[in-house]
Write a protein that binds this ligand. Structure first.
Ligand code: ADP
Ligand code: MG
Length: 519
């Protein structure tokens, strides 16, 4: 009984009330406004120079790569021009040591190598043709007008974008830390390594995954309106939305098409409220932040995204294990355990190591609603090497993980709700849905994550039950791939000297669901 009662007290610290949600929304709106006015605020509100969303008539074969945090994805996308596309896909985990490599060259050489492997596996014919052509000309750079793949580079870290395929890294997030890359043009870093391997690939566009998700959702979502927000809940969290040009008060350098009156803004909301005006801050949040590579930064992300949720849970559990009164993952003797064994934990259990508890086990805990919690208990054995956990242990684990997950979903609703209010669409007449594209393992796999978001949206002043009904949150799976291809297409048009206007997408139209292979 002691365990259940003590757990309750701990879980209570993760409560995020309806009142908290509303306070959060107000502060989020305030910080959004601040970011639209000047640079250097906690919500960066980065202009992307993308001024509209696609309509489904775009055509061509493009490459896209996505450096997101946990995995590196390479794909080729055939845009069919009739709102459908064909996607070929590969994914490799990024080795932890690459995230903190001594030089950025090491990381980018690794990425270029994966593109090489992908081309050889899936586009051998194009690859061969390229090599043959190279071998028939004396110039080491080949023919001038040599056909090359245009590549959209989804790079999901804060970047100061200065051109469609040019942008300098502002700071690393999500556990990456390679100091020499900061301030450099990440497209150039990748192009140099691609050229070393003589690949027929040109880095044509730099894309934030949130912008890609917004574009892809607009291309594929049903109905005649485009999406207003693309949001990621994966290793990290971030969102990009369509803002009115008139609201962007800080200077916009460079050229852009102003005929739509809109521009996509990359919020970089992972850094919302770094100053902790309204964000919850438990002792375990403090520990996670203190031992991270960027203390004091990405404070919203550290309470919401996949990379951090498991670590918050782990820190909480460790404290519970250290509390003698609780007898957590501990039996006095086997009669105290319904599996008639005593619980033991391997020394090498992830419980004892930073980042040792992957957020995915939280999904297992949330999904297991059986009386014995046997799936979760097997997972505790398999993943965490906690042997013979008792039912009470599993219940305590489930309660803590559930509380951390629920708080994350309600915080996500703060960001989504604030942006919906900011767009002003709810006050416009009609019952057109307000479409939001989301991507990332957390929102995709954590049971009821979206339901918990909706639950919180309904209590937000200015949204309410009726407003929440109009908000349509849909998965834009691997949106970053298709979105990057769409932006690479815009870029290819600009290269040929064609007027940007022809490629800046007009209002979106009806689209069919994607066709996919290799998933
Ligand atoms: P990326 O951010 O690299 O694009 P993902 O969207 O797949 O990749 O997110 C990976 C993150 O999601 C990791 O931090 C991982 O711990 C977490 N994650 C993966 N599967 C699940 C799951 N089933 N439930 C909750 N979190 C998950
Ligand atoms: Mg991602």
């Amino acid at each position: 009984m002691a365990l259940a009662a003590e757990t309750k007290a701990i879980v209570g610290q993760y409560d995020y009330t309806d009142e908290d949600v509303n306070k959060g929304v107000k502060e989020f709106l305030r910080q959004m406004g601040e970011g639209l006015e000047k640079d250097g605020t906690s919500l960066s509100q980065i202009p992307t120079y993308v001024t509209a969303v696609p309509n489904g008539t775009e055509k061509g074969l493009y490459l896209a790569v996505d450096l997101g945090g946990t995995n590196f994805r390479v794909c080729s996308i055939q845009l069919n021009g009739d709102s459908t596309f064909h996607l070929t896909f590969s994914k490799v985990p990024i080795p932890k040591e690459m995230m903190v490599a001594k030089t950025s060259q090491e990381l980018f050489a690794f990425l270029a190598k994966q593109i090489d492997v992908f081309l050889q596996t899936h586009h051998m014919a194009d690859y061969d043709r390229h090599v043959r052509r190279r071998n028939t000309v004396s110039s080491p750079t080949g023919f001038k007008d040599e056909p090359v793949f245009r590549l959209g580079f989804t790079f999901s870290f804060p970047v100061k974008q200065v051109g469609i395929n040019k942008g300098t890294l502002i700071r690393w997030t999500k556990g990456f830390d390679i100091p020499d890359a900061v301030g450099k043009d990440v497209c150039a870093l990748l192009q140099v390594e691609i050229d070393k391997l003589h690949l027929p690939v040109k880095v044509a566009a730099l894309v934030n995954d949130t912008v890609g998700t917004l574009m892809a959702r607009s291309y594929t979502s049903p109905g005649k309106t485009g999406a207003v927000l693309g949001a990621i809940f994966g290793t990290g969290t971030n969102g990009a939305y369509l803002e009115k040009l008139a609201n962007i008060k800080k200077p916009l350098e460079g050229e852009y098409d102003n005929s739509t009156g809109d521009m996509v803004i990359n919020t970089e909301w992972g850094s919302f409220d770094n100053q902790l005006n309204v964000l919850p801050n438990t002792p375990w949040d403090i520990q996670v932040d203190k031992d991270s590579v960027n203390p004091g930064i990405q404070m919203f992300e550290k309470r919401v995204s996949g990379m951090f949720l498991g670590e918050i849970v782990r820190r909480t559990l460790l404290d519970m294990m250290g509390n003698e009164k609780m007898a957590f993952f501990k039996d006095e003797n086997s009669s105290f355990n319904d599996w008639k064994s005593t619980t033991s934990i391997a020394e090498h259990s992830g419980i004892f190591k930073q980042w040792g508890l992957d957020s995915s086990i939280m999904s297992v805990a949330a999904a297991d609603t059986t009386p014995e919690l046997s799936t979760l208990r097997q997972e505790l054995e398999g993943q965490l090497h906690v042997y013979s956990p008792s039912l009470e242990d599993a219940q305590a684990f489930k309660a803590v993980a559930g509380a951390v997950g629920r708080r994350a979903a309600r915080l996500s609703a703060v960001a989504i709700g604030a942006i919906v209010l900011q767009t002003g669409q709810l006050s416009q007449a009609g019952d057109e849905p307000i479409d939001i594209g989301v991507d990332g393992s957390l929102v995709e796999h954590y049971p009821y994550f979206r339901d918990m978001i909706y639950e919180a949206l309904r209590v937000i002043d200015g949204i309410g039950e009726e407003g929440a009904k109009r908000i349509r949150i849909g998965i834009a799976k691997d949106g970053s791939g298709v979105g990057a291809a769409l932006i690479a297409l815009v870029a290819a048009g600009m290269e040929k000297g064609q007027p940007v206007g022809e490629y800046v997408f007009p209002k979106p139209c009806l689209a069919k669901p994607p066709d996919r292979t290799n998933m």
